[in-house]
Design a protein around this ligand. Sequence first.
Ligand SMILES: NC(=O)c1ccc[n+]([C@@H]2O[C@H](COP(=O)([O-])OP(=O)(O)OC[C@H]3O[C@@H](n4cnc5c(N)ncnc54)[C@H](O)[C@@H]3O)[C@@H](O)[C@H]2O)c1
Length: 420
Amino acid sequence: MPDTGLLPDAARTAPVAAGEVVVIGLGYVGLPIALEAAAAGFAVTGFDLDPAAARVAEAAFHGRRGAGRLVATADPRGLPRAGTWLICVPTPLDAAGRPDLSLVTAALATCRAGLARGALVCLVSTCQPGATNGMCRAALERDGMVVGRDIFLAVSPERENPGATSPGPRATPRLLGAPDPVSLARAHAFWARIADRVIPVASAEIAECAKLLENTYRLVNIALIDELHRGFAALGVPTRAVVEAAATKPFGFAPFWPGAGAGGHCIPVDPAFLQMELARAGAASSLLAAAAEANRDRPARILAAVEQALGGTLAGRRVLVLGVTYKPDVPDLRGAAPAALLHALAARGAEALWHDPMAGPAPQALDGLRRVDDPAAEAVDAVILGTPQRGFDLARLAGLAPVVFDPFGLLPPDRRVRAV
Ligand SMILES: NC(=O)c1ccc[n+]([C@@H]2O[C@H](COP(=O)([O-])OP(=O)(O)OC[C@H]3O[C@@H](n4cnc5c(N)ncnc54)[C@H](O)[C@@H]3O)[C@@H](O)[C@H]2O)c1
């Protein structure tokens, strides 16, 4: 670990927080951290409001016992007075697209109920700048305990990239910020046992903003390359070849690839947390707003291209979307652009069909839409590549309809294949 000079000397010799850890929220983020903490020798209690998630965690715990102990529960009354509490609950947007922090508030109430003097609470969920020092501190100090003196508070935003290639919590470098040096030292002693590299930063706000910058950077660049993909297509230049060529520059360029629109629970969501605070400070980012809007509109733009190619109407047309998860090789449909596309097709009167071996048996996000097991057995008017799953034979799939739309630039454009 680089010596950033932020940890007091005491931190290097500080005893690790007492061996009990509570992980609140056992989803994509909380479960792997709970497993890693147990492997590191902690006694871990996973808590999830959803008994099904607690059961899944319990099964995972049994399969992978480490040096420590692991239990999962959906009953907050069963939680120990642990030395370390990790908040790993969702931070989605509400129906109006505004950050919804109600689950973090509920998780803080759970911490408060079991918090002993000397305990550390660490926010792992993605929140707005100021959340740690603001809402978290206010909730935890409500009973008269003071952060930095009686209890300790830190933020270590999750940077995990779920999927088969995920490096996992140990290998992903952890940012760590805290309102005071003692909290930072306490949190560092904990995380240094879970992750190979912990990077302390000078404030909680730096850690919060860094996490949001990472995904805002991705959203803006994805929106840019999606737009340029249409532009390069209009120029008759293959986008992926352009990106590959640009990526040979050894500095100052990071490649982004076109697609059907960034989905999932992070890239389209996290920038809204940053924008909320920027707006509150009178410094909203117009570039971020334009990127968010372009990304939201991406399915509608694809739809418009399909409609135009099919003679100006989608009513009665059969359109097949290949790949529906929010990115390749994961089963997750949260915020998936192909799902938005399918619903929009159906709303315009098209018969919207989908095919995706990666999606679970009956994804709720696609309720009412027809799944197709063998795309070659369907006569359709158009095919749209929604998500290029690794198992797809793209050359074969491109031959399934008189017109094929490829938002990814993976198929060589020809009379039939359109870049959108
Ligand atoms: N999934 C990712 O790849 C990823 C990556 C980086 C950051 N994050 C962030 O991490 C946080 C967690 O995301 P996730 O993907 O793990 O969510 P998730 O939906 O997979 O899991 C969250 C779990 O928390 C539970 N929960 C909700 N409220 C609770 C409460 N009050 N008490 C106890 N349990 C509660 C839910 O039942 C669910 O099982 C979010 O802020 C997210 O933005 C996620």
